[in-house]
Design a protein around this ligand. Structure first.
Ligand code: 2AM
Ligand code: CA
Length: 275
């Protein structure tokens, strides 16, 4: 990996700085935002806090690394087609920052303290750095490719459950209610009787961080975008877990239907999710 020139900050230092600054700012806006807009439906929300957080992160990154590319949720029109086009236009960039300025916006709007800032850096299409910051709990999760994953400076590893029967798993209920929600409900109907229990807390990035930290045995969600998954996917990999498409394809930037586990229950979970 080409580290930046002497005198400039490391990629990780910039990502941590962006995530903590944006996270602290978001927290001050909890219950205090001015404007709530619906994107495609009443289940798909955006506030001026999402936009402000992205602007802050983008300007800090661009100041440090002006030649890098940037993909952020708020710079892209809503809907899966626009997301796919936006990713296509930058995915060959040498360095690409992939940012969700607030993951868990619905939680943020309702004051439910489970939302994060998610920042990933891809080098030629491969994620090399992932930071997820939860300002409510003041927990910063970070992974660098080949160097492990850490929370509060402590090395993380995935949990040890060997079967779904002893597993705590999470899912996310999709914002798209025509095809994705019925599909997810059918998956839930099949999985729920097989596992110890299910959680659905509303932030894909934080659910992935929890899989990495061993707090969840697994997580799946369909219809996501690259910025919801990129940082969390590296956290899971660097904690010894498995992550990819629910069809079994290993993780890549275009994955929308994600499954992440401790590795040991991966096959069993995918088998239950198969349509
Ligand atoms: P967000 O808060 O950044 O929008 C919750 O189930 C997860 O789904 C969250 O990570 C949330 O991210 C994401 N999400 C919400 N609406 C979405 C949409 N319309 N398309 C894709 N992902 C969405
Ligand atoms: Ca978001």
């Amino acid at each position: 990996m080409n580290e930046p020139v002497v005198g400039s900050k490391s990629f990780a230092a910039v990502a941590i700085n962006c995530a903590s600054k944006a996270g602290e700012w978001i927290k001050t806006k909890l219950g205090n935002y001015q404007r709530l807009d619906e994107k495609m439906s009443p289940h798909d929300l955006v506030t001026e806090v999402d936009k402000g957080s992205e602007k802050l992160i983008r300007s800090l990154i661009m100041m440090n690394f002006p030649s890098h590319s940037f993909l952020g949720e708020e710079g892209v029109e809503p809907g899966p087609e626009a997301s796919a086009r936006a990713l296509e236009s930058v995915r060959d960039a040498e360095y690409l920052w992939i940012v969700d300025p607030v993951d868990g916006t619905t939680n943020f709007v309702h004051g439910f303290p489970f939302f994060v800032v998610s920042i990933a850096l891809a080098h030629k299409g491969e994620i090399i750095l992932g930071v997820v910051y939860d300002p409510s709990a003041d927990e910063l999760f970070i992974a660098e490719k080949g160097k492990g994953a850490y929370v509060h400076g402590k090395r993380m590893s995935v949990s040890g459950e060997e079967t779904l029967r002893s597993s705590l798993v999470a899912t996310g209920f999709p914002a798209e209610h025509r095809t994705a929600l019925p599909r997810n409900l059918e998956q839930l109907r099949r999985i729920a009787p097989k596992v110890r229990n299910i959680r659905s807390s509303g932030s894909a990035a934080l659910h992935l961080a929890y899989v990495a930290a061993g707090r969840l045995s697994g997580f799946w969600e369909i219809g996501l975008n690259s910025w919801d998954i990129a940082a969390g996917a590296l956290l899971v990999q660097e904690s010894g877990g498995a992550v990819g498409d629910i069809d079994g394809t290993p993780y890549h930037l275009g994955v929308r239907d994600v499954a992440a586990t401790n590795g040991q229950i991966h096959g069993e979970l995918l088998a239950e999710l198969a349509d």
